[in-house]
Structure formats: structure tokens, C-alpha cells
Design a binder for this molecule. Structure first.
Ligand SMILES: Nc1nc2c(c(=O)[nH]1)N[C@H]1C(S)=C(S)[C@@H](COP(=O)(O)O)O[C@H]1N2
Ligand SMILES: [Mo]
Length: 310
């Protein structure tokens, strides 16, 4: 008698690609994707995450298909082509994982991934995302406010900025050395920006844990800033007194600034920022000031010259 064992492989690994894609399309057409109605079968090969829907989500916009969100990526450690992170990050090891939170704070601490995930309930946040290269997406992220982590370590009065650092291992990321960027990738926010409720640490998207190419196991999401502020695969968070260096400004400071708020009136030296191409659409859209989140974040920049502080 033949005894069939349950396959330990994820659905995506045992299903022919075309069938798998068709099933995803079916779920999307039925409007089930991202709503936790996919009957326990992971859509993108991750682990299902339970999350409450956040009232801070943007509404009335069509989600970018999960296929595009997970195959059109920017992650230079795994190659500069948009299709490379998906192919080159498949074996990236994201467990065990620790995030150290240190610097100007009373209670510095190294969290392992499970500990940091328990600090706050997971929320689903649908955000408009705008890359500095003038493409955009609408993504149902899963995460929790960065402020929950920062509060834990008790920033001192000297803490004015937050510096972030990605994990970097040239052995696992051999394409990194061809990217032309200094690694590890670093980013930063002013402390008041970092504490803003719209800023999340994301551990998932479309109802599941983050695919490696999207910054597993934990990445930053700041919906009113250009995509490169959203540092992936975070290993270190440091509270600091002075404005920290940021990778794209180190690489080319006249083209990429520290603030990098989405601003249709401040062009990139080599292209306009007034329009964008929403992935999956043909007609270009007008780019919105602060990516449409101005009612919540504009006051952070009162009195600042946003042309100088680009
Ligand atoms: N460590 C790291 N983080 C990174 C990048 C990178 O190359 N390395 N690219 C950034 C850029 S330019 C963008 S647009 C977003 C893309 O995120 P996504 O691939 O999940 O859409 O990640 C950002 N975070
Ligand atoms: Mo980007």
C-alpha cells in the first residue's frame, strides 16, 4: 500500500509555475489576496501572519499585484537589476536574526526577531510607495510602529536622529560589490520623524512574512519619503546626536538628500519628480506632495526650505 506523506515544501515549490501564477491571479481577481481569505495556503511562499487592519491605511486605491511587488525590486546587495533580488536572495539566511538598538538611550538592547515582534500587535497598513526613480506601487504591508521599539530603549535628551544599518555579508551577497554603493547600507531619520505613527517596521506583506527580496526579516517603511529611505534587512538601530550618513547621499549627495520627502516640485537633477508610473498602469500619474500624506506629516517640516533640504 502506498502511503502519501505530506509534502514539507511550500506550495510554490511543488506547483508548476504557470499553475501557481494562475492561482494567484484567480485570488486577486476574486479580491481575496491580502484579506486573509486564502484558506491557509501561503501566496508567496512565506508564513501567514495575523494582523489587524490599521485605520492609517490609504483607501480607495488598487493594490499593486503581489507578483509585481515581489519580482520588481531594488536591493543592491543582491544585484542592481530589478529582477535580480528575487533570483539572488532565495538562499539569504534570515534566522536566527538580531536587531541591536543602541546609542543615546538609557536601555540599549539587542532584540532577537521573536522578541521585537512581540513589542506590538501586527497591523496591516496599505501604503502608497514612491521610488525616487519615479515608479510607484500600493502595498499591503504588515508591521508595527517603529516608535514602539524606540520607546523601549528610552532615548536620552541627546538623541536627535536615528541611524539604521542593514545586515551585510559579502558571502551571501556576492553581487553587492558590483553595485557601486558602499555597504552596509545605512539610512537615517530625525527622531521626530522616526517617532511618527506612519513609520513602521515591516515584517510582512500581502498577509505573509516578507520575501527575502523585499527586505526580510524586518525593514523600514516610510510612506511619505522616497523608497530608498526604506532600509531593508535591518541589523542595527542607533540613536545619535548628529545627522547620520545615508547610503545614497554618500554615493551622490547632489542627487540624493537626507530628507528625501516625496516632492513633485523638487526635481531630481536628471529627471522630473512631478509624475510617476504606477507599476501596472500605462498613463502616468501626478506625484502628490509628501506622497499624499501631507495632512499628517507636513507639520514636521514647518519653516524648513524643502528645496534646500531635499
Ligand atoms: N539594504 C537595502 N535597502 C534598500 C535598498 C537597497 O539597495 N539595500 N534599496 C532601496 C530602494 S531604492 C527602494 S525603492 C526600496 C525598494 O523596496 P522593494 O524592493 O520592497 O519595493 O528599498 C530600499 N531599501
Ligand atoms: Mo528606489
Amino acid at each position: 500500500m502506498l502511503i502519501r506523506k505530506r509534502s514539507p515544501l511550500p506550495y510554490s515549490a511543488v506547483t508548476p509555475k504557470d499553475q501557481y501564477v494562475n492561482r494567484r491571479q484567480l485570488l486577486q481577481t476574486a479580491g481575496l489576496a491580502g484579506l486573509g481569505l486564502a484558506a491557509g495556503v501561503p501566496l508567496i511562499g512565506g508564513t501567514k501572519l495575523n494582523a489587524v487592519k490599521s485605520p492609517l491605511s490609504t483607501t480607495g486605491e488598487k493594490l499593486t499585484p503581489v507578483e509585481a511587488v515581489t519580482t520588481y525590486n531594488n536591493f543592491y546587495e543582491f544585484g542592481t537589476g530589478k529582477d535580480e533580488p528575487e533570483r539572488n536572495a532565495t538562499k539569504f539566511v534570515t534566522r536566527p536574526w538580531t536587531v541591536s538598538v543602541e546609542g543615546e538611550c538609557g536601555k540599549p538592547r539587542t532584540f532577537d526577531l521573536d522578541a521585537i515582534m512581540k513589542l506590538a500587535p501586527l497591523e496591516e497598513r496599505v501604503y502608497r510607495m514612491r521610488c525616487v526613480e519615479a515608479w510607484s506601487m500600493v502595498i499591503p504591508w504588515i508591521g508595527f510602529p517603529l516608535s514602539e521599539v524606540l520607546k523601549q530603549v528610552q532615548p536620552t535628551s541627546k538623541a536627535k536622529y536615528v541611524a539604521f544599518q542593514s545586515f551585510y555579508d559579502p558571502k551571501q551577497m556576492p553581487m553587492g560589490k558590483f553595485g557601486g554603493l558602499p555597504f552596509p547600507y545605512v539610512e537615517g531619520l530625525r527622531l521626530d520623524e522616526a517617532m511618527h505613527p506612519l513609520v513602521i517596521l515591516a515584517s510582512g506583506l500581502y498577509g505573509e512574512t516578507l520575501p527575502n527580496q523585499n527586505g526580510a526579516p524586518l525593514r523600514l517603511v516610510i510612506p511619505w519619503k522616497y523608497g530608498f529611505k526604506g532600509i531593508k534587512s535591518i541589523a542595527k538601530i542607533r540613536l545619535v546626536e548628529k545627522q547620520p550618513p545615508t547610503t545614497w547621499a554618500l554615493s551622490n549627495g547632489s542627487e540624493y538628500g537626507f530628507y528625501s520627502n516625496v516632492n513633485p516640485k523638487v526635481d531630481h537633477p536628471r529627471w522630473t519628480q512631478s509624475k510617476e508610473r504606477r507599476i501596472g498602469e500605462f498613463q502616468k500619474r501626478d506625484t502628490l506632495m509628501f506622497n499624499g500624506y501631507g495632512d499628517r506629516v507636513a507639520s514636521l517640516y514647518n519653516g524648513m526650505d524643502l528645496k534646500k533640504n531635499y
